[in-house]
Design a protein around this ligand. Sequence first.
Ligand code: PGA
Length: 253
Amino acid sequence: MKYVIANLKMNLLSPRERDQYLVSLAKELKKKKINNFEIILCPPFVHLEAFAKNRKKNIKIGAQDVFSENKGSYTGEISPSMLKNFGCEYVILGHSERRRYFSENNEDINLKILAALKENLIPILCLGETKAEKENETTLQVIENQIKECLTDVPRSKIEKIIFVYEPVWAVGSDLNPTVHEIMEAKVLIKKILVEMFGQNNIKNVRILYGGSVNSKNAKEVCLDPDLDGVLVGRESLLPHEFIKIVETISNS
Ligand code: PGA
């Protein structure tokens, strides 16, 4: 099974725009015969309910963030229970845009992961190095720290629930991609650290994806490694035709 996650970010500005998107996505999907895939659509909070109501076969719904407390006086925040009750099954956590614009750190992300797991939401954890970290050749160290700090206190029994995405920060929104070798190297590293932390038996089914400037032209190349479980798509997920082409490419690879 391959996973294709759509991070719609802060787009689809009105109910009308949202409905048009959902209709055209359904149309594009109907045109194709694709097997063995799961699409996870992650719209802004205000659209979650409508997306969940309109979801088609093989489509699941995710949020782009969640707060680490479940209820109470936290103005402006959205809790794991709320997401669950509005039809969400997944939540993206640790995205580099949240680190950059909202100063989220590994400790914040860890609390969110624990809160999400408690409510049976599946965290989609983004990991990856900045351009400066890559240039300083500290990529492996950075990813190792992110994993160790973000996964503190995660029970062994829950680790396989989490979806990991290798998303080099410099590849997000930039039209740059790492080489297939670099993606494989990151995947191997993620697995190695998970084995050290949680034991081989507990991580056998862990899913690792790639994200960062994926489009219908580079999807095949990016997913050359048959063990890669899929991709996370930003900008191109706003174009239903292109997005479904990516799903088709990935599922057939
Ligand atoms: P992009 O975004 O595909 O536009 O680079 C990826 C992401 O936000 O994860």
